[in-house]
Design a protein around this ligand. Structure first.
Ligand SMILES: Nc1ncnc2c1ncn2[C@@H]1O[C@H](COP(=O)(O)OP(=O)(O)OP(=O)(O)O)[C@@H](O)[C@H]1O
Length: 831
């Protein structure tokens, strides 16, 4: 597809984003106020309350879905667009929209009091398929860090080889040259011809020997030869006709989708598709143009500095002096010069060109302060559901004010000012526009010089004030603020003289940082739910989406992380084989994170003693901060908080009990680090402790029929190479209650190398799989109930429970009132 196509999509998306954000903005400022007022006023009225809530939910859900579709489109544009200035803008808009999706998600969780939100009516109204509502992980997370990730991978391999845990040849990726490949082909072809010739000679020899031994007449021999030839012909013709018919039938079945294509064809197709998607040429062009853009920016900036620097400084200084003089003449006093925080001399003059920049920068600074405020104080946007008891009682569902919407508006304004009406007809080059580089850099240089001139002017005014006899009052604000900063306790660095590389090597050597299998999130099989479900029974697609929103997006981009509610830790709970570790690996793979493993069994005997433990925590916190994004993992997350440890357990799981809450608290709001725990038995832990460590609790249930059927089909195809045509729907029904992990293990056991070779002559039967499957334990109803009951005791579960109880009480009250009224009316009627 051409750049013009993506340009068009971009313009359409901008237009839609403008519409969407305008309505969203208005809704935030008017709709919510009225809705919340209605909600608060309607304390006694069940119907009004429920209506208001439903209205708000459906409105938020609609925005949520529309933003998701928009983000997917913008992501596609960003991946394919080449022009660097447009890419810059699309990237900012994409990040802001992704941030808004996450904000809306948090609002929905607050309203639904469930981690998963559904609203079939909205999906139906927007005419969306479940696939369209799935948020895509941005490809730029990995693509723009490719070199860094490759370097890190190589370093890890080298360390592992040095330790002797990996074979050296695994390191070398043998890429054959063209000549080597031709030589190899020639060698094999000669060998093949040699084998054929040997075979042929052997047959001739056998025939000769036969001829000698059988003494027959010439006629007999020719008759029997003719007969034999006819027989062979007959057999061969029959065989080829059958083969052609079979092939045609197969092709027809594949064409109409009744059979999956053979593995080789599928692989070829997937490779072609991937190549097409990768669009390597566009990506190479992006890099080239981006480099050109950077070089031009640097050169233009230097040129402006040299050409206009002196006159710019003079003009600014003259302007300020004139202002001071003017003030002195009018008031008889020397004015106070605005501080740098206030914007310096920009605060005094609203110059064209500089004003917008100033307003934007001040908007940004105020936004930053808002962010820190929000992340540290406001529970509504903090992402932490472990609030105190009073808040737990609070079942109001007020959406929090958005931090991302102003960002979206800024980017839209920028687009409207610069790009919307730009005449690009006939412009085929994707190079950056020089005039834009010039004006951007001019403003930047002017700001830079203004700051320098402001400093000088401040000193000048100070001198003047002392000369006039009035001492300058120092800004008390600043000193107070710096005093506050100094009060902040700084963490002690236990390893000040060590390089990041040496710390990394130490942690890899000790197995704390570990290699993980590369697994994409889409490899976690299963679709999104087609219809609304209850909160504890999400589909695999819903789980993929929530982990994208809670973990992958904030870890993948700084911009998204800074504007979304902070989630420091998450607990994945589910039965054995439900894919908890697979999801952890998918999170790491999608963002290229470094994985720290603090599973109790993994740290046994490492960093012994109290000082050792302090060092371990210090190293994990420090290195994870240095090598962001990072995931700190703890398997068997319930074990540090278990009330009773079995005597057979020699892993000392309580070792980290006291330090875990501290470790989580040490994850600073600006760090792209997340703590992920997994557990099969979360109810065995002390719930208070568990809830002091984890911000979110996600239950991963066993798969439903749809996911199971899909998993059987996919896994069977992978294991058999597309040869087996087993009835997977029957298997999905039979294996109801098992996890996909159990199916995977079962297939691994049945599909041995020998069995795979026999598949063509001896097709796979259901009985073979069932025999192995029934040796494994399914997820029993009791276990499922234990998970559900455990989830209902998590902070969100408790809030939901409380809300349901209140609803029930109100409903009973309402019914009682209705009954009273009914009786009164009856009495009136009889009187
Ligand atoms: N939805 C799924 N899609 C694809 N593969 C899955 C899915 N669920 C589980 N698996 C596969 O099942 C196997 C076991 O999964 P995994 O080890 O992640 O489970 P787990 O929940 O961590 O188990 P345990 O609690 O026993 O450690 C893995 O090979 C994983 O890829």
């Amino acid at each position: 597809m051409s750049s013009t196509y993506f340009n068009e999509i971009w313009h359409q998306s901008q237009h839609e984003c403008e519409l969407l954000s305008t309505i969203d903005y208005e809704r935030q400022h008017q709709d919510v106020e009225t809705t919340v007022a209605t909600m608060n006023a309607a304390v006694g009225s069940v119907a009004a309350d429920a209506d208001a809530k439903a209205l708000l939910q459906s409105s938020l859900y609609e925005f949520y879905l529309r933003y998701i579709c928009l983000c997917n489109r913008l992501e596609d544009v960003y991946d394919n667009m080449i022009q660097p200035q447009k890419r810059q803008l699309v990237r900012k808009l994409l990040d802001a929209c992704l941030g808004r999706v996450i904000e809306l998600k948090h609002d929905l969780v607050n309203i639904d009091l469930m981690e998963f939100s559904y609203n079939d009516a909205v999906v139906d109204r927007l005419r969306l398929t479940p696939m369209e509502t799935e948020l895509r992980v941005s490809r730029y997370f990995l693509r723009e860090r490719q070199q860094e990730l490759e370097f890190r991978k190589r370093t890890m391999q080298e360390i592992l080889v040095k330790l002797g845990w990996l074979e050296e040849h695994e390191l070398e990726e043998t890429v054959a040259t063209e000549i080597e490949a031709i030589r190899m082909l020639q060698m094999h072809e000669r060998a093949r011809q040699g084998r054929l010739r040997a075979h042929f000679m052997k047959e001739i020899r056998i025939l000769k020997e036969k001829g000698k031994s059988e003494e027959r007449t010439e006629k007999e021999r020719s008759d029997s030869g003719l007969l034999a030839a006819m027989k062979i012909q007959k057999m061969w013709r029959g065989h080829t006709a059958r083969r052609i018919t079979r092939r045609r039938k197969m092709e027809e079945m594949i064409l109409i989708g009744m059979l999956p294509p053979p593995a080789a064809v599928l692989k070829e197709r997937a490779e072609k598709l991937e190549k097409l998607q990768r669009n390597e040429k566009r990506h190479e062009a992006q890099v080239v143009y981006a480099e050109q853009f950077e070089t031009r920016q640097r050169l233009v900036q230097e040129e402006i500095r040299q050409k206009h620097g002196a006159s710019m400084k003079e003009d600014i200084a003259d302007e300020i002096r004139a202002w001071v003089k003017d003030c002195y003449e009018k008031t008889g006093k020397l004015p106070d010069f605005p501080t740098e925080d206030q914007g310096g001399s920009l605060h005094i003059f609203s110059r064209p060109g500089t004003e917008s920049e100033h307003s934007r920068s001040s908007a940004r600074s105020s936004k930053e302060s808002r962010k820190t405020k929000d992340k540290s104080k406001s529970p509504a946007r903090s992402g932490d559901l472990n609030v105190n008891e009073n808040q737990e009682e609070d079942v109001s569902f007020q959406p929090a004010p958005s931090i991302c919407l102003p960002d979206i508006r800024t980017e839209i304004d920028l687009f409207n000012d610069t790009w919307r009406d730009k005449d690009e007809a006939g412009v085929l080059s994707q190079a950056a526009y020089e005039d834009m580089i010039y004006s951007d850099k001019y403003q930047e240089v002017e700001l830079e010089f203004r700051r320098a001139v402001d400093d000088v002017m401040r000193q000048e005014i100070e001198l003047l004030q002392t000369a006039v006899g009035k001492k300058l009052k120092k800004s008390s604000k600043k000193t107070r603020r710096s005093g506050k900063k100094n009060k902040k306790k700084k963490e002690k660095d236990l390893t000040p003289d060590r390089t990041t590389e040496s710390l990394y090597e130490e942690l890899v050597t000790n197995g704390i940082i570990r290699k993980y299998p590369e697994l994409k999130l889409k490899q976690f099989l299963g679709d999104k739910a087609l219809t609304a479900r209850n909160g504890t029974n999400p589909s695999p697609g819903d789980i993929r989406q929530i982990l994208t929103e809670y973990c992958i997006l904030p870890l993948g981009s700084d911009a998204i992380h800074n504007c979304t509610p902070l989630i420091r830790s998450i607990l994945l709970a589910g039965p054995r084989g439900s894919g908890k570790k697979a999801l952890l690996h998918a999170i790491c793979t999608e963002v290229g994170a470094v994985l720290f493993d603090l599973t109790p069994a993994n740290i046994v005997g490492k960093y012994p003693g109290k000082s050792g433990l302090i060092m371990l925590i210090h190293l994990v916190v420090k290195v994870s901060r240095l090598l962001q994004p990072a995931v700190i993992y703890m398997g068997d997350a319930e074990r540090p908080f278990m009330k009773k440890i079995p005597k057979t357990d020699r892993t000392d799981p309580k070792r980290l009990k006291k330090d875990l809450p501290k470790l989580i608290k040490n994850i600073a709001p600006e760090d792209r680090v997340i703590f992920v725990g997994t557990s099969n038995l979360p109810w065995e832990a002390d719930q208070k402790m568990l809830q002091s460590v984890y911000n979110r609790f996600i239950y991963i249930p066993r798969p439903d029929y749809g996911a199971m059927s899909y998993a059987w089909k996919t896994l069977l195809h992978d294991y058999s190479g597309g040869v087996s045509n087993l009835d997977t729907s029957a298997m999905a029904k039979i294996s109801d209650g098992y996890t996909i992990g159990a199916i995977d293990a079962c297939l691994k056991e049945v599909m041995t190398c020998k069995r795979k070779l026999q598949l063509r002559t001896q097709p796979l039967t259901n009985a073979e799989l069932i025999n192995v499957l029934c040796t494994r334990d399914p997820v029993y109803r009791e276990e499922e109930e234990a998970f559900e009951s455990w989830w209902s005791k998590t902070p969100l579960g408790r809030r939901r429970q409380r809300f349901l109880e209140l609803e029930e009480e109100r409903l009973i009250e309402e019914q009682a009132q209705a009954a009273k009224q009914g009786n009164g009316n009856k009495k009136k009627g009889t009187n």
